[in-house]
Design a binder for this molecule. Sequence first.
Ligand SMILES: [Zn+2]
Ligand SMILES: [Zn+2]
Length: 223
Amino acid sequence: MVDNFPSSRRCLYCGARSQTPGLCEGCAASLPWITQACPGCAQPQNFDGPCSSCLKKPLPFDTAWAAFQLDPPVHQAIHDLKYHAGFLQANFLGQLLAQKLGRRAQPLPELIIPVPLHRTRLIRRGYNQALELARILQNTLDVRVDPGIAKRIRNTPDQIGQSRAQRQRNLRGAFTVDKRVAGKHIALLDDVMTTGATLAELARAARRAGATRIEAWAVARVP
Ligand SMILES: [Zn+2]
Ligand SMILES: [Zn+2]
């Protein structure tokens, strides 16, 4: 039998026919949303208030938020976005984030800063996945994105398998942030938050540059 259904109308994750590009209704209904989390580090939990780790040593942002746990199909979508130029994935992940962020009670930031890649990594990959996500949020939430405002001045090795303390040491001084953030409420955006070390180091640089309220946003949180 000839299947004339266009591939762009198939779910990227289960292959089912889909009315919307990217994700079918079934997969969209089973997304691993985080419903309750620590306000300091976005770690999923089933109680209000900061987690024990944030009580001991809070991260240097005012609040942290992640939409999803790093489970299917979000896990694959982020992988495709990061390593296979998955711009369709950036689009639907960004839209889902924007829906959630648009409904919250707190005011939106004045500026979104995607976590910058070091120049050599940017050249190798050809795009910054966090910037692709930020652009969708900019269009949907009408919050400005300024990718030039933060720079990664040191290239750091892959952080996989390292503790928060090791990551923090590797990242020290990795970012510079322009003084244009002074006095502003900003959100830092990354695709995945693991220990929070990368977002924390960028937050420290933003704080030095004078940002007054700093939120850390991620598509997914590694539990
Ligand atoms: Zn599906
Ligand atoms: Zn916490």
